[in-house]
Write a protein of this length. Structure first.
Lengths: 115, 93
């Protein structure tokens, strides 16, 4: 069984969602690679964590529903887990980076007045 | 339309592969430890997306469990590494 046997209500939204997921993953990874400092680099992978993961999971949900023949919503588990765990990861990495930059007396620490 | 779907799947896999290469470059050149941890975080996320697209292209539902486990263990690993940078210990007495 290959993807050539999928019905049309899967392939049209699946194409749009997969192209969206690929483009956001690419843009986020180039942000991770090219942005100048750590606090701006953190914004790149969060695009992958939200938009690309959500789009890929919805496409996977559509395809597995078409395979089995009834609605499959197991992929919502991953969506829920990723959307809960990504902010925790971001906050802990941010705290670690702020602590390390302060301990080194680096000038790369945003002060509270500019936020 | 199904040929277009196969091309979109190929495009998404190619984009995720390039994203993993960018993450590996950042993992090696990252000036501080937190950059490397961020690159590791984005690597496991891209690996999870790659597994999901492989599951779509092979029309199999067996890849879902592996993607869930990768998300779980990647989160635990990133939190442990960030905690180590913050306090010097992972589990405090």
């Amino acid at each position: 069984m290959t993807t050539a046997t999928l019905p049309l209500w899967v392939t049209i939204p699946g194409t749009v969602l997969l192209v969206l997921a690929g483009l956001t993953t690419l843009i986020g990874s180039f942000g991770l690679l090219r942005l100048p400092d750590f606090f701006s680099r953190m914004h790149g992978p969060s695009m992958t964590n939200t938009v690309a993961a959500g789009a890929t999971l919805v496409a996977s949900m559509l395809v597995s529903s078409a395979i089995v023949g009834r609605p499959i919503i197991h992929e919502l588990l991953i969506t829920l887990f990723v959307s809960m765990s990504a902010p925790i990861t971001a906050i802990m990495l941010l705290q670690a980076a702020l602590y390390r930059n302060k301990a080194r007396h680096s000038r790369d620490v945003p002060d509270g007045n500019s936020i | 339309m199904n040929a277009v779907f196969a091309y979109a799947l190929w495009f998404a896999q190619a984009c995720i592969a390039i994203a993993m290469l960018n993450g590996i470059v950042r993992l090696f050149i990252g000036p501080a430890a937190q950059d490397r941890i961020l690159a590791f975080d984005s690597l496991y996320m891209n690996g999870m997306l790659m597994l999901l697209t492989l599951g779509i292209s092979s029309m199999s539902t067996a890849y879902f469990d592996m993607a869930l486990l990768i998300a779980l263990f990647g989160f635990v690993g990133t939190v442990a590494l960030a905690k180590f940078l913050l306090r010097g210990e992972v589990i405090e007495p």
